[in-house]
Ligand binder design. Structure first.
Ligand SMILES: C[S@@+](CC[C@H](N)C(=O)[O-])C[C@H]1O[C@@H](n2cnc3c(N)ncnc32)[C@H](O)[C@@H]1O
Length: 251
């Protein structure tokens, strides 16, 4: 199942699943704004409804986003009628905007949306290609360990609104590092399960993918607030730079 199909189906409830008002968004915006030299050009892969990109553009940065879901881009257009964020429709593993940016970032679990290691390497290559000199690639990703250790199916509920909840059922295919999540909204209408397939990768594997794309790790945090990254961090925010020609990229 293609992520475009998944996110077209989730677009109407996405704002309830991941509220734009969450403090994490403010932290992500601060982090990206801080590492981007002014006046600053920023590209977000998987921009979705723009919950990070719009406040970044409101900080005065030039913000572009790529997304494969027409419905998510329609939500972005609704929330951003003045077009503060320039949006490009396309697959971010294959498409570039043809421009370069001081910061190229990918947030939440979006780096795991391409469901093979090869596609994730292609995503990394597109990020490297769109990096201006001295620029940074930033990747937010969750720690796969709890999923990798999961035995059997797990089901949880997520509050959406006083009238609705979402049931998330998670199935892990450990041998392929795949997670199938079945999202079902319960709001009084006929429930329509939506499948989402993601491929998780370990931080060390992501660093190796970065090296294949000519990038090297410069910083790793446990979140957008510069929290130290450690063995129990539930996620990481990793920062990469281009390896200049003539350097081999080793520490
Ligand atoms: C989890 S959402 C994140 C949206 C936004 N970055 C945020 O933090 O709210 C993932 C987004 O990435 C998009 N996406 C996933 N795989 C993609 C691909 N290969 N090419 C373009 N967009 C993709 C989906 O359509 C969706 O809008």
């Amino acid at each position: 199942m293609e992520s475009r199909v998944t996110y077209n189906a989730l677009a109407d409830v996405y704002d309830l699943m991941y509220p734009a008002a969450s403090p994490d968004i403010a932290d992500a915006v601060d982090f990206i704004a801080k590492i981007t030299p002014e006046p600053g050009r920023v590209l977000e892969l998987g921009v979705g409804n723009g919950r990070i990109a719009i406040p970044l553009a409101e900080r005065g940065l030039t913000v572009h986003g790529i997304d494969g879901s027409e419905q998510m881009l329609a939500k972005l257009a609704d929330r951003d009628p003045e077009g503060k964020v320039r949006a490009t429709a396309g697959d971010f593993t294959a498409t570039t905007t043809g421009e370069v940016y001081d910061t190229v970032f990918i947030a939440l679990n979006t780096f795991f949306a391409p469901t093979s290691a090869d596609q994730q390497v292609e995503c990394m290559r597109r990020m490297a290609e769109q990096l201006a000199e001295g620029g940074r690639v930033v990747i937010e990703a969750f720690d796969p360990l709890p999923f990798h250790q999961q035995e059997g199916e797990k089901t949880s509920t997520r509050y959406l609104s006083p009238q609705s909840v979402m049931i998330d059922s998670t199935h892990v295919m450990r041998d392929r590092q795949l997670i199938l999540v079945i999202h079902t909204t319960v709001d009084g209408s006929v429930p329509q399960p939506t499948q989402e397939l993601i491929r998780y990768a370990w931080p060390s594997e992501i660093d190796l993918m970065a090296r294949l794309a000519g990038l090297r790790l410069v910083d790793r945090f446990g979140g957008w607030n510069d929290e130290p990254y450690g063995p129990h961090s539930p996620r990481h925010v990793s920062v990469y730079e281009a390896v200049r020609s003539g350097e081999n990229g080793s520490e």
